[in-house]
Design a protein around this ligand. Structure first.
Ligand SMILES: [Zn+2]
Length: 248
C-alpha cells in the first residue's frame, strides 16, 4: 500500500476513534471537553516554566522579573559546567504532577497525551523551533524500543511541525539507567554512547539541529547527543523537552 494512502487510512481511523470515544484526560482519566486537553484541576496543578529562566538550560529563576527575560541570563550550574548544546527549552517542571502524565505517556498507556504536550512544547520552544532545520529525537536503547514498541521522543518530534530525522542518532554503547548515578557518573556513563548514523550525516552537517527528549534531567544524555551531532558537523544544537527536573 502506498505510504500516503496508509497515512490517510490511519488518519481516518484516528478521527473515527475520536468521534466514537469520549475525550478523556490522559493524566486523570476524567472526561474532558476536547481530545488533546487535560482536566482543568490537573492542568492547574502543573508548573509551566515561565520567564525568567536560564537561557541555556531553562532552569527557572526564583525571582519575578515581571515576565522579562534578560538576554543571556545564565544559571550558576551552566557557568560551572557549560552544556555542550546551545540552548534548552522545556514546557514543564518535572514534579509529582507532571510525572503522572509523562509516565503514562512513556509507558505507552496514554499515547494520546502527545496531543496535550505538542502545544505546550511549541509555546515553550518557539525560539528554538523557529531556528531548527531538523528535529532529532533522543534514541532509545534497542531493547527498550522493543519493549515499548515505539520511541516516545520520536512521536513528539513528528508532531512539532518541523522536518524530522528520526534515525539520525544511534546508541553505540550500552549504558546503565541513570537514576541512581551522580552527575559525574552520568557524564561518564553516556560519554561516547551516541553517534550520527553514517547514512544521515548529510542531513546534519551544517544544520541547526533541535534535539527532542521527554525529560531533561541533568543534561548528561543531551550533552552526549549534542557532542555526536557536532562531531558530524552540526552548525548548532538546541534542545526541547516536555519537562525539566528543577535541580540535581
Ligand atoms: Zn542553566
Amino acid at each position: 500500500m502506498p505510504a500516503a494512502l496508509a497515512k490517510n487510512i490511519l488518519k481516518l481511523a484516528q478521527n473515527g476513534l475520536d468521534w466514537l470515544l469520549p475525550p478523556l484526560c490522559p493524566a486523570t482519566g476524567q472526561e474532558v471537553d476536547a481530545h488533546g486537553t487535560v482536566a482543568y484541576d490537573y492542568w492547574a496543578s502543573l508548573r509551566f516554566i515561565r520567564k525568567p529562566y536560564c537561557s541555556q538550560c531553562a532552569l527557572p529563576f526564583p525571582h519575578d522579573l515581571g515576565g522579562v527575560q534578560p538576554e543571556g541570563l545564565i544559571c550558576a550550574a551552566c557557568m560551572e559546567y557549560p552544556p555542550t548544546f546551545r540552548r534548552a527549552r522545556a514546557a514543564l517542571i518535572y514534579d509529582d504532577a507532571s510525572r503522572k502524565i509523562i509516565l503514562r505517556y512513556k509507558s505507552g498507556d496514554q499515547l494520546q497525551a502527545v496531543r496535550a504536550f505538542v502545544p505546550w512544547m511549541r509555546e515553550a520552544g518557539a525560539d528554538v523551533l523557529a531556528e531548527a532545520d531538523v528535529l532529532v529525537p533522543v534514541p532509545l536503547h534497542r531493547f527498550r524500543l522493543l519493549r515499548r514498541r515505539y520511541n516516545q521522543s520520536a512521536l513528539l518530534a513528528q508532531r512539532l511541525g518541523r522536518p524530522v530525522c528520526v534515525d539520525a542518532l544511534e546508541r553505540i554503547k550500552r549504558t546503565v539507567p541513570q537514576g541512581s548515578l551522580s552527575r559525574k557518573e552520568r557524564d561518564k556513563n553516556v560519554r561516547g554512547a551516541f553517534r550520527v548514523n553514517p547514512a544521515r550525516v548529510g542531513q546534519i552537517a551544517g544544520k541547526t539541529v533541535l534535539l527532542v527528549d521527554d525529560v531533561f534531567t541533568t543534561g548528561a544524555t543531551l550533552n552526549a547527543c549534542a557532542d555526536a551531532l557536532y562531531k558530524a558537523g552540526a552548525a548548532a544544537v538546541d534542545v526541547l523537552a516536555i519537562a525539566r527536573v528543577p535541580k540535581d
